[in-house]
Design a protein around this ligand. Structure first.
Ligand code: ZN
Length: 320
Protein backbone atom coordinates (compact mmCIF):
# COMPACT_ATOMS: atom_id res chain seq x y z
CA UNK A 1 0.00 0.00 0.00
CA UNK A 2 1.22 3.47 -0.83
CA UNK A 3 1.96 6.14 1.74
CA UNK A 4 0.47 9.60 1.35
CA UNK A 5 1.08 13.02 2.80
CA UNK A 6 -0.05 16.55 2.12
CA UNK A 7 2.38 19.07 0.64
CA UNK A 8 1.80 22.81 0.71
CA UNK A 9 3.74 25.44 -1.21
CA UNK A 10 3.05 28.87 0.22
CA UNK A 11 4.54 31.10 -2.46
CA UNK A 12 4.67 34.83 -3.08
CA UNK A 13 1.26 34.97 -4.71
CA UNK A 14 -0.40 31.60 -4.26
CA UNK A 15 -1.02 28.57 -2.10
CA UNK A 16 -0.61 25.23 -3.84
CA UNK A 17 -1.76 22.24 -1.81
CA UNK A 18 -1.62 18.63 -2.96
CA UNK A 19 -1.97 15.03 -1.91
CA UNK A 20 1.26 13.26 -2.78
CA UNK A 21 2.03 9.58 -3.06
CA UNK A 22 5.29 9.48 -1.11
CA UNK A 23 6.49 6.31 -2.82
CA UNK A 24 6.05 7.45 -6.41
CA UNK A 25 6.05 11.25 -6.10
CA UNK A 26 2.74 11.38 -7.92
CA UNK A 27 0.51 14.38 -7.23
CA UNK A 28 -2.91 12.79 -6.86
CA UNK A 29 -4.98 15.94 -6.41
CA UNK A 30 -4.05 19.58 -6.02
CA UNK A 31 -5.68 22.93 -5.35
CA UNK A 32 -4.30 26.35 -6.22
CA UNK A 33 -5.50 29.53 -4.51
CA UNK A 34 -4.34 33.08 -5.02
CA UNK A 35 -3.27 35.06 -1.94
CA UNK A 36 -2.55 38.40 -3.53
CA UNK A 37 -5.65 40.21 -2.33
CA UNK A 38 -5.73 38.63 1.10
CA UNK A 39 -4.84 40.96 3.90
CA UNK A 40 -4.38 39.81 7.46
CA UNK A 41 -2.88 36.64 8.85
CA UNK A 42 -6.14 35.08 9.96
CA UNK A 43 -7.49 35.08 6.43
CA UNK A 44 -4.42 33.45 4.94
CA UNK A 45 -4.18 30.82 7.70
CA UNK A 46 -7.86 29.99 7.17
CA UNK A 47 -7.23 29.70 3.46
CA UNK A 48 -4.40 27.22 4.06
CA UNK A 49 -6.66 25.16 6.33
CA UNK A 50 -9.44 25.21 3.72
CA UNK A 51 -7.14 24.00 0.93
CA UNK A 52 -6.18 21.00 3.08
CA UNK A 53 -9.82 20.14 3.75
CA UNK A 54 -10.78 20.65 0.11
CA UNK A 55 -7.95 18.63 -1.35
CA UNK A 56 -8.82 15.68 0.92
CA UNK A 57 -12.47 15.92 0.00
CA UNK A 58 -11.75 16.14 -3.71
CA UNK A 59 -9.45 13.14 -3.56
CA UNK A 60 -11.89 11.07 -1.51
CA UNK A 61 -9.41 10.61 1.33
CA UNK A 62 -9.66 11.35 5.05
CA UNK A 63 -6.99 12.44 7.51
CA UNK A 64 -6.56 8.77 8.39
CA UNK A 65 -5.10 8.12 4.95
CA UNK A 66 -2.46 10.82 5.42
CA UNK A 67 0.81 10.37 7.32
CA UNK A 68 1.75 14.01 7.83
CA UNK A 69 1.60 17.54 6.47
CA UNK A 70 4.60 19.39 5.01
CA UNK A 71 4.64 23.07 4.23
CA UNK A 72 7.17 25.38 2.61
CA UNK A 73 6.89 29.16 2.85
CA UNK A 74 8.52 31.91 0.81
CA UNK A 75 10.27 33.77 3.57
CA UNK A 76 12.25 33.41 6.75
CA UNK A 77 11.37 30.43 8.88
CA UNK A 78 12.34 28.66 12.09
CA UNK A 79 12.53 25.01 11.05
CA UNK A 80 12.80 23.63 14.57
CA UNK A 81 9.93 25.55 16.08
CA UNK A 82 7.80 25.53 12.93
CA UNK A 83 7.36 29.29 12.85
CA UNK A 84 7.09 31.51 9.78
CA UNK A 85 9.17 34.46 11.02
CA UNK A 86 8.21 36.61 8.10
CA UNK A 87 6.91 36.12 4.60
CA UNK A 88 6.79 39.67 3.26
CA UNK A 89 5.01 38.88 0.00
CA UNK A 90 2.12 37.21 1.78
CA UNK A 91 1.89 39.48 4.80
CA UNK A 92 2.70 36.84 7.42
CA UNK A 93 4.77 37.51 10.54
CA UNK A 94 5.62 35.25 13.47
CA UNK A 95 3.01 32.65 12.62
CA UNK A 96 3.25 29.41 14.60
CA UNK A 97 2.07 27.47 11.60
CA UNK A 98 3.20 24.06 12.92
CA UNK A 99 1.26 24.50 16.14
CA UNK A 100 -1.82 25.89 14.39
CA UNK A 101 -2.06 23.10 11.80
CA UNK A 102 -1.20 20.35 14.27
CA UNK A 103 -4.00 21.53 16.53
CA UNK A 104 -6.44 21.74 13.62
CA UNK A 105 -5.68 18.38 11.98
CA UNK A 106 -4.00 16.33 14.70
CA UNK A 107 -1.19 15.36 12.30
CA UNK A 108 2.53 16.07 12.50
CA UNK A 109 3.49 19.21 10.56
CA UNK A 110 6.93 19.94 9.04
CA UNK A 111 8.02 23.40 7.92
CA UNK A 112 10.61 24.39 5.33
CA UNK A 113 11.18 27.33 3.03
CA UNK A 114 10.03 27.46 -0.58
CA UNK A 115 13.42 26.85 -2.19
CA UNK A 116 14.21 24.04 0.22
CA UNK A 117 11.02 22.12 -0.60
CA UNK A 118 11.43 22.63 -4.35
CA UNK A 119 15.00 21.32 -4.14
CA UNK A 120 13.90 18.29 -2.10
CA UNK A 121 11.19 17.58 -4.69
CA UNK A 122 13.77 17.59 -7.50
CA UNK A 123 16.13 15.53 -5.32
CA UNK A 124 13.67 12.67 -4.80
CA UNK A 125 11.66 12.57 -8.02
CA UNK A 126 13.09 15.16 -10.44
CA UNK A 127 16.31 16.17 -12.17
CA UNK A 128 18.45 15.65 -9.06
CA UNK A 129 17.39 12.04 -8.61
CA UNK A 130 20.63 10.30 -9.57
CA UNK A 131 22.93 13.19 -8.66
CA UNK A 132 24.80 14.06 -5.47
CA UNK A 133 26.37 17.52 -5.95
CA UNK A 134 24.37 20.23 -7.61
CA UNK A 135 22.68 23.58 -7.27
CA UNK A 136 18.97 24.09 -7.97
CA UNK A 137 18.20 27.64 -9.06
CA UNK A 138 14.59 28.80 -9.16
CA UNK A 139 13.66 31.93 -11.06
CA UNK A 140 10.31 33.14 -9.78
CA UNK A 141 9.04 36.28 -8.07
CA UNK A 142 12.58 36.34 -6.69
CA UNK A 143 15.57 34.10 -7.43
CA UNK A 144 16.62 31.47 -4.91
CA UNK A 145 18.77 28.38 -4.92
CA UNK A 146 19.26 25.16 -3.02
CA UNK A 147 22.81 23.82 -2.66
CA UNK A 148 23.08 20.03 -2.52
CA UNK A 149 26.34 18.46 -1.40
CA UNK A 150 26.73 14.69 -1.02
CA UNK A 151 22.98 14.40 -1.38
CA UNK A 152 22.22 16.81 1.50
CA UNK A 153 21.10 20.42 1.45
CA UNK A 154 23.59 22.97 2.77
CA UNK A 155 21.78 25.42 4.98
CA UNK A 156 24.74 27.53 6.07
CA UNK A 157 25.44 28.98 9.50
CA UNK A 158 22.18 30.87 9.75
CA UNK A 159 20.12 28.64 7.48
CA UNK A 160 20.17 31.18 4.67
CA UNK A 161 22.70 29.68 2.24
CA UNK A 162 21.82 29.82 -1.45
CA UNK A 163 20.52 33.38 -1.65
CA UNK A 164 21.77 33.73 -5.21
CA UNK A 165 19.14 36.39 -5.93
CA UNK A 166 21.16 38.83 -3.85
CA UNK A 167 24.47 38.33 -5.59
CA UNK A 168 25.40 41.86 -6.62
CA UNK A 169 25.68 42.11 -10.39
CA UNK A 170 25.60 45.90 -10.76
CA UNK A 171 27.27 48.17 -8.20
CA UNK A 172 24.89 50.95 -7.20
CA UNK A 173 22.30 49.49 -9.56
CA UNK A 174 18.55 48.97 -9.29
CA UNK A 175 17.13 48.78 -5.79
CA UNK A 176 16.17 45.36 -4.53
CA UNK A 177 13.44 44.18 -2.15
CA UNK A 178 16.19 43.30 0.37
CA UNK A 179 17.12 46.95 0.78
CA UNK A 180 20.31 46.64 -1.25
CA UNK A 181 21.18 47.77 -4.76
CA UNK A 182 22.16 45.93 -7.90
CA UNK A 183 21.07 42.44 -6.78
CA UNK A 184 20.60 39.77 -9.45
CA UNK A 185 16.90 39.38 -8.74
CA UNK A 186 16.28 43.06 -9.47
CA UNK A 187 17.36 42.24 -13.06
CA UNK A 188 16.42 38.69 -13.85
CA UNK A 189 13.48 37.59 -11.70
CA UNK A 190 10.01 37.23 -13.11
CA UNK A 191 9.00 40.36 -11.25
CA UNK A 192 11.92 42.34 -12.70
CA UNK A 193 11.04 41.22 -16.23
CA UNK A 194 7.40 42.21 -15.75
CA UNK A 195 8.38 45.60 -14.35
CA UNK A 196 10.72 46.26 -17.28
CA UNK A 197 8.06 45.40 -19.85
CA UNK A 198 5.39 47.52 -18.15
CA UNK A 199 7.84 50.40 -17.65
CA UNK A 200 8.80 50.40 -21.33
CA UNK A 201 5.14 50.37 -22.41
CA UNK A 202 4.41 53.31 -20.11
CA UNK A 203 7.23 55.21 -21.75
CA UNK A 204 5.53 54.71 -25.09
CA UNK A 205 7.33 51.69 -26.54
CA UNK A 206 5.05 49.35 -28.43
CA UNK A 207 5.02 45.60 -28.23
CA UNK A 208 3.11 42.57 -29.39
CA UNK A 209 2.41 41.84 -25.71
CA UNK A 210 -0.10 44.73 -25.63
CA UNK A 211 -2.46 42.51 -27.62
CA UNK A 212 -2.77 40.12 -24.67
CA UNK A 213 -2.72 42.56 -21.77
CA UNK A 214 -5.79 43.80 -19.97
CA UNK A 215 -6.02 46.46 -17.28
CA UNK A 216 -6.43 44.27 -14.22
CA UNK A 217 -4.51 41.18 -15.25
CA UNK A 218 -0.79 40.68 -14.65
CA UNK A 219 1.61 39.62 -17.38
CA UNK A 220 1.52 35.85 -17.77
CA UNK A 221 4.37 33.59 -18.82
CA UNK A 222 2.29 32.50 -21.80
CA UNK A 223 2.07 36.13 -23.00
CA UNK A 224 5.84 36.56 -22.80
CA UNK A 225 6.27 33.32 -24.68
CA UNK A 226 3.83 34.33 -27.43
CA UNK A 227 5.54 37.68 -27.93
CA UNK A 228 8.94 36.00 -28.12
CA UNK A 229 7.60 33.53 -30.67
CA UNK A 230 6.31 36.49 -32.66
CA UNK A 231 9.81 38.01 -32.56
CA UNK A 232 8.61 41.07 -30.70
CA UNK A 233 11.49 43.50 -30.34
CA UNK A 234 10.79 44.82 -26.83
CA UNK A 235 10.12 41.47 -25.15
CA UNK A 236 13.10 39.87 -26.90
CA UNK A 237 15.32 42.72 -25.74
CA UNK A 238 14.20 42.43 -22.12
CA UNK A 239 14.52 38.63 -22.05
CA UNK A 240 18.00 38.93 -23.57
CA UNK A 241 18.97 41.47 -20.94
CA UNK A 242 17.70 39.22 -18.16
CA UNK A 243 19.56 36.23 -19.58
CA UNK A 244 22.69 38.39 -19.64
CA UNK A 245 22.42 39.15 -15.91
CA UNK A 246 21.22 35.71 -14.90
CA UNK A 247 24.06 34.01 -16.76
CA UNK A 248 26.55 36.29 -14.98
CA UNK A 249 25.15 35.24 -11.61
CA UNK A 250 25.24 31.58 -12.64
CA UNK A 251 28.81 31.89 -13.97
CA UNK A 252 29.82 33.22 -10.55
CA UNK A 253 28.20 30.20 -8.91
CA UNK A 254 30.07 27.87 -11.31
CA UNK A 255 33.40 29.55 -10.54
CA UNK A 256 32.86 29.71 -6.81
CA UNK A 257 31.26 26.35 -6.14
CA UNK A 258 32.38 24.17 -9.07
CA UNK A 259 29.24 21.99 -9.20
CA UNK A 260 28.78 19.23 -11.78
CA UNK A 261 25.17 20.16 -12.38
CA UNK A 262 22.90 23.18 -12.20
CA UNK A 263 19.15 22.58 -12.29
CA UNK A 264 17.09 25.54 -13.44
CA UNK A 265 13.45 25.87 -12.44
CA UNK A 266 10.61 28.35 -12.18
CA UNK A 267 7.78 29.21 -14.56
CA UNK A 268 9.78 31.18 -17.12
CA UNK A 269 12.59 28.62 -17.33
CA UNK A 270 10.08 25.86 -17.59
CA UNK A 271 7.96 27.39 -20.34
CA UNK A 272 10.44 29.40 -22.40
CA UNK A 273 13.18 27.29 -24.00
CA UNK A 274 14.80 30.35 -25.50
CA UNK A 275 15.40 31.87 -22.03
CA UNK A 276 16.82 28.61 -20.71
CA UNK A 277 19.07 28.02 -23.73
CA UNK A 278 20.41 31.54 -23.89
CA UNK A 279 21.07 31.73 -20.14
CA UNK A 280 22.91 28.41 -19.98
CA UNK A 281 24.98 29.08 -23.13
CA UNK A 282 26.08 32.49 -21.82
CA UNK A 283 26.85 31.11 -18.36
CA UNK A 284 29.20 28.53 -19.89
CA UNK A 285 30.97 31.22 -21.90
CA UNK A 286 31.36 33.52 -18.91
CA UNK A 287 32.55 30.93 -16.36
CA UNK A 288 36.21 29.98 -16.04
CA UNK A 289 37.19 27.37 -18.63
CA UNK A 290 37.93 24.44 -16.32
CA UNK A 291 34.71 24.47 -14.24
CA UNK A 292 32.71 25.47 -17.35
CA UNK A 293 33.84 22.36 -19.18
CA UNK A 294 32.51 20.14 -16.42
CA UNK A 295 29.16 21.82 -15.90
CA UNK A 296 25.88 20.26 -17.00
CA UNK A 297 22.53 22.01 -17.01
CA UNK A 298 19.09 20.49 -16.63
CA UNK A 299 15.64 21.96 -16.38
CA UNK A 300 13.77 21.21 -13.18
CA UNK A 301 11.60 18.26 -14.10
CA UNK A 302 8.63 18.67 -11.81
CA UNK A 303 7.61 22.17 -12.91
CA UNK A 304 5.09 23.80 -10.58
CA UNK A 305 4.91 20.64 -8.48
CA UNK A 306 8.49 20.43 -7.22
CA UNK A 307 7.50 22.45 -4.12
CA UNK A 308 4.48 20.43 -3.03
CA UNK A 309 6.23 17.14 -3.72
CA UNK A 310 9.24 18.27 -1.66
CA UNK A 311 7.01 19.57 1.14
CA UNK A 312 5.29 16.20 1.32
CA UNK A 313 8.74 14.59 1.67
CA UNK A 314 10.15 16.94 4.33
CA UNK A 315 9.79 14.31 7.04
CA UNK A 316 11.43 11.61 4.90
CA UNK A 317 14.29 13.93 4.06
CA UNK A 318 14.88 15.02 7.65
CA UNK A 319 14.86 11.56 9.15
CA UNK A 320 17.72 10.48 6.87
ZN1 ZN B 1 18.76 42.01 -2.82
Amino acid sequence: MSRYSIGIDLGGTKILTGIINKDTGEVETYIKKKTKKDKGQEKIIQKIINTIKNVLEENGKTLNDIEEIGIGAAGQIDREKGIIINAPNIDLENVEIKKILEREFNKKVYLGNDVEIATIGEMYFGSGKSEKDYVCIFVGTGIGSGIVQEGRLRYGTTGTAGEIGHIIVDLGGRSCGCGGCGCLEAYASRLAIEKRIIGALKKGRHSDIENYLTEDKPIKTSMIKKSLDNKDELVTQIINESAEYLSSGIASVINFYNPSLIILGGGLMNAIDYFYERTTELAKIKALPTPALAIKFKKAMLGDFSGIIGAALLKEYRKN
